[in-house]
Design a protein. Sequence first.
Length: 98
Amino acid sequence: MATRKMTFTLPDDLADRFVKKVAVRNRSHYLAEALAQKLQERDRQLVRACEVANRDPEVQAIEKEFDAISEEIPRPWSDAKARRGMVGAPRSNPRVRD
């Protein structure tokens, strides 16, 4: 596994407790494990929040509205040649300014 060296700033009391309780040779592993657990818990909280939101009738109504929107983007100028006569024919002698 690739590793990366990083620098962190900790409050003094937390840093003191960490240094006293975790041996030098175990500190990187200890922090990596603690970070992994904390990030995994945040992911679980996000999943739970999404599940709760998805059961909300108002959220379901909003999603239904978005589902009705077509993904196809209309092209208003796809028939531009046919419309040219409506807008006006191009000038054969463009105006020249001095």
